[in-house]
Design a protein. Structure first.
Length: 208
């Protein structure tokens, strides 16, 4: 079973209290808050290509403060967001107040959505940090309707002590769960990050 890169000496993934503490400043990162019009437009453009053209039910896992959820709603979709941090969820609810979105506190690996099924699972920079990415993908597959899709934005970060999951490993994990998957490389599109980056950053869109 392929696992994400977690070398000795790499920084630990923040625990729930850490994410709660970071909620107040989370949106200050260009690709988190999407406050820069150019960054926001770049993510909106990508989402239009990744998400269905018709209004759909989107499950945004590890939704943070809801910035991608807001873009999806603005494109006509209905969103359920899940995040482990109650503080993040509180900010997401405020950001999308009055919109077609619901936010739940819970574990992205096993979302608290009961028997509901979705057209798309949207997950950005979450899978690599889970203790059992293969198990999470199997659970997520169960939450999709027929011909639903996974939109997974991931990468590998850090030159000296890299953390993350390479695209080829993610494709290997997805192979028994999906009918087809494609990789879209994102490193060279500086608009998405608000700066030039050299890490491996990519999106996988996989249809079940």
């Amino acid at each position: 079973m392929s696992e994400p890169i977690t070398p000795a000496g790499a920084a630990a993934v923040p625990s729930r209290p850490d994410w709660d503490a970071q909620a107040a400043v989370f949106d200050e990162e260009p690709d988190h808050g999407l406050r820069d019009p150019l960054v926001r437009a770049a993510w909106a453009e990508r989402l239009r290509h990744w998400l269905p053209e018709t209004p759909s039910e989107i499950l945004d896992l590890g939704c943070g403060t809801g910035s991608l959820s807001l873009l999806a709603v603005e494109q006509g979709h209905r969103v359920t967001g899940v995040d482990l941090s109650a503080a993040m969820i509180e900010r997401a609810r405020a950001k999308l107040a009055g919109r077609a979105a619901v936010f739940l506190a819970g574990d992205a690996a096993d979302p608290p959505v009961g028997e509901r099924r979705f057209d798309v699972l949207l997950v950005r920079h979450v899978l690599w940090a889970l203790p059992d990415p293969a198990g999470a993908l199997r659970r997520w597959r169960e939450l999709l309707r027929a011909s639903g899709r996974l939109v997974l934005v991931e990468g590998v970060w850090g030159a000296l002590t890299p953390v993350g999951i390479p695209a080829d490993r993610l494709l290997t994990l997805l192979a028994p769960l999906t009918r087809r998957a494609r990789v879209e490389h994102l490193t060279e599109d500086a608009r998405l990050w608000g700066k030039e980056v050299a890490d491996e950053r990519y999106a996988v869109v996989a249809v079940v």
